[in-house]
Design a binder for this molecule. Structure first.
Ligand code: DQA
Length: 147
């Protein structure tokens, strides 16, 4: 089983960017621990971060036929990228949308996700734990589609 973990714009600034909202650990530190967690659960993972919409879309397309599940924190693209939404729908790979912060209790524009309708779940508000819960969710679903 192979997962793709995608991080969108500004997530490379974790650790610097608003630590009171996003925590003080860097993306590399979080992804390092997430890789170990995914391995412990019997799966493999690839990781990709980009600040560019087209690069994220290209990576989603490249996953077709090779990747079993996607964990994506689309950053601000969550709220308006119909192109990323369509890419996830096009490849038909089960995806979980994750957010560190509580997008439902911040600025009103953050409460809307155009990505969520093409995902099997959305996890938010748990800080970095959102990625781990997202991974657990998708691994459970891949192991047993009835879950
Ligand atoms: C975020 C929430 C988005 O609204 C924001 O634009 C981000 C980070 C999160 O992980 O909480 O860049 O996706």
């Amino acid at each position: 089983m192979k997962l793709l973990v995608l991080n969108g714009p500004n997530l490379n600034m974790l650790g610097i960017r608003r630590p009171e909202v996003y925590g003080s650990r860097t993306l590399d530190e979080i992804m390092h621990d997430l890789a170990a967690y995914i391995r412990e659960n019997g799966a493999e993972a690839e990781f990709f971060q980009s600040n560019h919409e087209g690069e994220l879309i290209d990576r989603i397309h490249a996953a077709y036929g090779l990747i079993d599940g996607i964990i994506i924190n689309p950053g601000a693209y969550s709220h308006y990228s119909y192109a990323i939404r369509d890419a996830i729908e096009a490849v038909g790979i089960p995806a979980v949308e994750v957010h560190l912060s509580d997008v439902h209790n911040r600025e009103s524009f953050r409460a809307i996700s155009v990505i969520e309708p093409v995902c099997i779940a959305q996890v938010s508000a748990l800080g970095e734990r959102s990625y781990f819960v997202g991974a657990q969710f998708i691994l459970n679903r891949l192991k047993d589609p009835a879950v």
